[in-house]
Design a protein around this ligand. Structure first.
Ligand code: COA
Length: 340
């Protein structure tokens, strides 16, 4: 590996295939038994990005030109670029992967030095990274000054199991509330109510913010960007919301992303209930309704996947009641960067 590898500025089709070789080998090795994302999904994640994010990519090759490692630095809005010289200090995330056949040779360490240097030059105050518990990533980050900030349980619900758990749930009345659902961006008639609901939600723990998916609070711009990005990637974003019958206020919502590449795993995104409407079983009601709808919307789905921070005990209980079962645990780390 060169001492200071350069970022990929315009990835070619061959670069993207090489990238996928590293990713698919690493995922099959690090998450045995779990579905490996398609090449189309991995490519879309690199080439179709949100307006508030900028990705910097590195692809390392060995002496025989074989792909050895990849790294992504995700810079959020507010993070200046090195070229414009500002140091705005926005949050940044890294995802580094070394092909299993090339590990323990110092590649990860050298790549981390390169990415950290780029993040510092871009004015980032800190770097977030996530590793699966019990895998080399955990040992690697822990010996590299990263501090653990959040632990998450990733869960899976096999959709074949749905009639079981949902059928067994008691039909609890929810007087004063009704459910509504939509696909894509928030409908115009609910934009104001949805924004009010997001404002009324407590801020997420700083450590949980910025997760790609999982039960993390969103802001209106994130919701809008997520809907636009799903549409551009050919995915579908479904939302079920609970409305208060008296004033039509949005009391809570739950959102699921359905893959557009034929994959059979859907991803549960955000679920939240406004504090004034908690204690009425709305989270379980909304999620049950979502699960009832999914087979009709995309019949070939086989499972739904979600990540829940350990401090979201209520959501874990709701998911358990619906039949979600633990798949793996991850640790989210943060590294403070020195300002230039
Ligand atoms: C984590 C990862 C990037 C490390 O890549 P690598 O090229 O093997 O890393 P290095 O050779 O530079 O290892 C550096 C140090 O990390 C630690 N480390 C790496 N693998 C480890 C393992 N299996 N167990 C314990 N410590 C480990 C060790 O301290 C190691 O130094 P040593 O080999 O001198 O003991 C690689 O295992 C990987 O791609 N994992 C999957 C993705 C991931 O978890 N990424 C990290 C989060 S972004």
């Amino acid at each position: 590996m060169p001492a200071n590898p350069s970022p990929l500025t315009a990835p070619t089709a061959e670069d993207l295939r090489a990238w996928y070789r590293v990713q698919s080998a690493a995922l099959a090795h690090d998450r045995p038994g779990e579905p490996v994302p398609s090449q189309a999904a991995v490519r879309a994640g690199l080439t179709t990005t949100g307006s508030r994010r900028r990705l910097v990519l590195w692809l390392l090759r060995g002496s025989g030109d074989e792909p050895v490692a990849t790294a992504v630095l995700r810079l959020s809005e507010g993070t200046a670029t090195a070229e414009d010289g500002k140091a705005a200090g926005g949050p940044a995330e890294i995802q580094m992967t070394v092909h299993p056949a090339h590990r323990r040779l110092g590649t990860g360490s050298r790549l981390l030095a390169t990415v950290t240097e780029a993040a510092t030059a871009a004015g980032c105050g800190s770097l977030a990274a996530e590793a699966v518990s019990g895998t080399p990533g955990e040992g690697f980050l822990a010996t590299r000054d990263f501090v653990p900030v959040t632990r998450l349980t990733w869960q899976r619900l096999a959709l074949d199991d749905i009639p079981g758990p949902i059928g067994k749930l008691p039909e609890v009345p929810h007087p004063g509330y009704r459910l509504t659902a939509w696909e894509g961006a928030v409908p115009d008639t609910l934009t104001g109510g949805f924004t009010d609901a997001l404002r009324a939600l407590p801020a997420p723990p700083a450590a949980a913010a910025g997760l790609d998916h999982g039960d993390t609070r969103w802001d209106p711009a994130t919701v809008q960007e997520t809907a636009e990005l799903a549409a551009r990637r050919g995915d579908r974003l479904l939302t079920v919301a609970a409305l208060h019958e008296d004033d039509g206020a949005v009391a809570g919502y739950t959102t699921v992303l359905l893959p557009g590449d034929g994959a059979r795993r859907a991803h549960q995104y955000d679920t939240a209930v406004v504090p004034a409407h908690r204690g009425h079983g709305l989270a379980l009601w909304m999620k049950s309704e979502m699960l009832r709808r999914l087979p009709g919307v995309q019949p070939d789905l086989t499972e739904i996947h979600t990540g829940v921070p350990d401090d979201s005990r209520h959501l874990l209980a709701v998911n358990n009641a619906l039949g979600f079962r633990p798949l793996r645990r991850t640790v989210r780390y943060r590294l403070r960067l020195r300002r230039r």
